[in-house]
Design a protein around this ligand. Structure first.
Ligand SMILES: Nc1ncnc2c1ncn2[C@@H]1O[C@H](COP(=O)(O)OP(=O)(O)OP(=O)(O)O)[C@@H](O)[C@H]1O
Length: 283
């Protein structure tokens, strides 16, 4: 299998495993020939095979695929939480793994959000949101001002002094997103951030994430089990196929922005969702 990335229009859907179109504009994240094998007690698990992906600055990428196809593994490699067995990942031209060791410098501009909001229960929302700023040495007043601004941005105005136990699941995820945005990341990695929310809250969070993405301008890689959520949010949907995890296809989503819930009733939206579901069913 080749690791070359041919020149193709980003509007072209590709179905050749391991070959993806260059992202529109300048590439910010480059994944080249990434392989991951876990050494498990039951033997080796080949989780990812020859993954190649070029993600443009400010682009929104959704990663979808069946359970166990390697979505989280890929995201954790991008996040610097897991070294690849082979291959390279670069962010803004800097290699994020060097000889199996994480290059901390490359991660200064990364924000992470997981399914569990992971807020500290003994801290207020403002303190949780501004914790990364405290760790970076920012003074209390500036932190407080930034936390207030971020609570506004993610739809939590007035909740700065609340504790996590006083928030709903959706509100806790908003606080987690605010925390991830606190130091202006240029790359936001999200692993099923809305997976535990009910359908209505999830719709609302998708609309909000879309507007946060538009305002913050960060590049986003978003893992989800939901094809419609993936299509609603993304500029391109990357479909992974399991055993071992490989890119099966990359689908551009040329729907106008901002998207609303009505977008989901459009023929274009439904056609993309149907085709992706069909591909999943074929596996
Ligand atoms: N720490 C680990 N040790 C051994 N095998 C692992 C480990 N983590 C993941 N795997 C295996 O690697 C493969 C990919 O797992 P991964 O969690 O990346 O998939 P996923 O697509 O995110 O799944 P899901 O949608 O269920 O979250 C699976 O076969 C899984 O069992």
């Amino acid at each position: 299998m080749t690791t070359e990335t041919p020149q193709q229009s980003p509007a072209t859907r590709t179905e050749v495993p391991g070959i993806q179109p260059g992202a529109s504009g300048e590439a910010q994240l480059e994944v080249v020939g990434v392989d991951k094998t876990y050494q498990a007690r039951r033997g080796e698990v080949h989780a990812l095979s020859n993954v190649n992906l070029s993600i443009g600055r400010g682009e929104f990428i959704s990663l979808v695929g069946r359970s166990g196809c390697g979505k989280t593994t890929l995201l954790r490699i991008l996040a610097g939480l897991l070294p690849p067995t082979s291959g390279t990942v670069t962010a803004d031209g800097q290699s994020i793994w060097r000889g199996g060791k994480r290059n901390d410098e490359a991660f200064e501009h990364f924000g992470l959000v997981f399914q569990d909001a992971n807020l500290f229960p003994w801290y207020t929302v403002a303190d949780n949101v501004s914790l990364p700023l405290k760790l970076r040495g920012m003074g209390k007043r500036a932190r407080r001002a930034r936390a207030t601004e971020l609570c506004e941005l993610v739809g939590l105005p007035g909740f700065e002094n609340a504790y996590p136990r006083e928030l709903s699941g959706g509100m806790r995820q908003r606080a987690a997103i605010a925390r991830a945005l606190s130091y202006d990341p240029t790359i936001l990695l999200m692993d099923e951030p809305f997976g535990a929310l009910d359908a209505l809250t999830r719709d609302k969070m998708n609309l909000e994430l879309q507007s946060i993405h538009a305002q913050a301008g960060a590049t986003v890689v978003f893992v989800t089990h939901s094809i419609s959520e993936a299509v609603f949010l993304a500029d391109r949907v990357v479909l992974l196929t399991p055993r071992p995890g490989r890119i099966r296809s990359i689908t551009p989503v040329p729907l106008a922005r901002p998207r609303s819930l009505e977008t989901e009733t459009s023929v274009e939206f439904q056609t993309i969702v149907r085709e992706l579901r069909h591909e999943l069913d074929e596996e």
